[in-house]
Design a protein around this ligand. Sequence first.
Ligand SMILES: Cc1cc2nc3c(=O)[nH]c(=O)nc-3n(C[C@H](O)[C@H](O)[C@H](O)COP(=O)(O)OP(=O)(O)OC[C@H]3O[C@@H](n4cnc5c(N)ncnc54)[C@H](O)[C@@H]3O)c2cc1C
Length: 323
Amino acid sequence: MIATEFSYSAPDTLHAALALLADGAKPLAGGMSLVPMMKLRLAQPEHLVDLRKVPGLSSISEENGRLHIGALATHYEIESSDVVRSLCPLLATTAGKIGDVQIRNVGTIGGSLAHADPAADYPAAILALDATLVLSSTGGRREVAATDFFVDTFTTAVEPGELLTEIIVAASPPGARTAYKKMQNPASGFALVGIAVIAARAGGVVSTCRIGVTGVSGKAFRATTAETKLIGSAGTKADIAAASAGGRTVMQRAGGGEQRIGESSLLAGRQPARDPPPEDPRLVANRRRTMAQFALDDPPRFGYAPVVDRHPIARPEGVSQQV
Ligand SMILES: Cc1cc2nc3c(=O)[nH]c(=O)nc-3n(C[C@H](O)[C@H](O)[C@H](O)COP(=O)(O)OP(=O)(O)OC[C@H]3O[C@@H](n4cnc5c(N)ncnc54)[C@H](O)[C@@H]3O)c2cc1C
């Protein structure tokens, strides 16, 4: 299909872009999601504001131990950035798992987060990282915590006239281990289940554990039940099994008989939003594992090297590589 008629502006200052947004225009970043929606007439904006000529929106820098990532940074720029890989490897790992190389070359982190597809990858990482999102408008700027940003399917805290301009992420603490693991749709790469974890130990117990889950619900969410159970534990295999005991591994049939396995329900201690069908023992046996274990056990296999390798986490007794 062909999109409905629209006017197009490509301002070269943030001020001009925000003025157009205040007049009701819609931002265009990589166009990877918006253009197909326009072609399907699921979106019919009258005025598009192309952000790609606005200077400074794709910069990536470190300030006082915090990463500042411009909303227009592409997935590839994040995946390949040395500063992201060293200070926040979870984000680089996640970016590298989005779609294919064409999508990663053009799609942007701001576009992905603002689009809030419930199967998108970044939301899980952004939640696990407890990131801050900066929204700008002609009225000024405000900061929104990641946990408040995702409101519902394709719905975020971004108000009309606002632009997501920056994502701020604290550098992962020394010794932290991170992982992003997803079971993906083989055609698009979108997550059927995606889980991001950041975990660290101090004094022999898990001191930090944040888990972001995508793909299994109307919006990405933090698996707070499992987090709470893991923090203060030794992080052993048994602790992780106990932390995930509230959930179930299920197989779901989505459109076209697609198999969707709610691995994350193990961690989240809650059921996926859709009606869970009966358990399938073969899938359960095959998939019964938790992502926290990946992070605590042997994370380099699932991502880049540990954040700071000065304080490597000893593998807990009795825990072996699971995958
Ligand atoms: C074939 C294919 C496979 C894909 N696979 C994956 C995948 O595996 N994992 C995954 O996570 N994603 C996947 N995607 C989506 C991809 O990551 C997109 O790049 C992303 O969802 C949208 O980013 P964009 O920069 O293209 O935004 P656009 O398409 O330009 O915009 C998307 C929406 O966000 C709004 N918007 C854009 N920028 C801003 C901003 N700064 N502030 C406020 N609103 C803004 C737009 O108005 C629009 O509503 C895939 C897409 C395709 C086409």
